[in-house]
Design a protein around this ligand. Structure first.
Ligand SMILES: [Zn+2]
Length: 235
């Protein structure tokens, strides 16, 4: 029987992480420069708009639909998403932590005001927060010089400290934060399943624990098996 389960989606869950690569942390502006210089902001939004356009409209993938379905099971404590498309949130996910943030809206770190991403892309003057008039709006993804949201990180730790199963959809890559999460669950001797391609194994990340199981199935096949296991508790 599957009990308290946390699911983590690595950066490459949606369209092989295309968006996460286009907007990878190293390519983002420095937060201080972004706040200080109009030129930096203009360049960022121009580049951001071009990259979003190159992605076409972001659509809920069949795997995301499966995640939304599985999330309804009472055994699921939460979903930690490292993808930044925002699609799960936009489609009503309830137990979601978007640890890397989400590009679908811009917000003000002074007063919390937010605006839809398209407003900003269509009119750069929308950049100024017209609620507090003191600050500049930015997407909720961390810029260089910024960390993950400490609240989200703490919520993630809390979930990981109360789960019996930790399921990671990873393909061929584990982020440093994922590895730190594995450590937490490994210390508690709970089950860890890493759904991945066969290029990942215990040797590649120096995991000693026998609680970690590498599952060489496609995300799709494994998601289907979860839907089957949760069966009755799904609405
Ligand atoms: Zn503001």
């Amino acid at each position: 029987m599957i009990k308290n389960t946390v699911i983590l989606l690595e950066k490459n869950f949606y369209e092989d992480g295309k968006l996460e690569k286009l907007l990878s942390y190293e390519l983002r502006p420095n937060i201080k420069e972004f706040r200080r210089y109009n030129e930096v902001r203009k360049n960022f939004v121009k580049d951001f708009a071009e990259k979003l356009n190159s992605m076409g409209s972001l659509k809920l993938s069949s795997n995301y639909k499966k995640i939304l379905n599985i999330e309804k099971a009472k055994e699921i404590i939460g979903i930690i998403n490292l993808n930044i498309d925002g699609l799960l949130k936009l489609n009503g996910a309830q137990k979601l932590i978007e640890l890397e943030g989400n590009i679908s809206w811009f917000y003000c770190s002074e007063c919390g005001m937010d605006k839809d991403v398209n407003l900003i892309i269509n009119d750069q003057s929308e950049f100024l927060c017209n609620s507090c008039n003191k600050n500049i709006l930015k997407p909720s993804i961390p810029f260089v010089g910024q960390e993950f949201s400490q609240w989200d990180l703490k919520d993630s730790w809390m979930m990981l400290n109360s789960c019996d199963n930790f399921i990671i959809f990873a393909d061929n890559f584990l982020s440093p934060v994922t590895i730190s999460f594995i450590d937490i669950v490994e210390k508690r001797s709970k089950n860890i399943f890493i759904i991945c391609s066969d290029s990942l194994n215990s040797a590649s990340y120096d995991f000693s624990s026998t609680d970690i199981k590498f599952v060489y199935e496609s995300n799709e096949v494994y998601l289907d098996s979860l839907i089957e296991k949760f069966g009755d508790s799904l609405v």
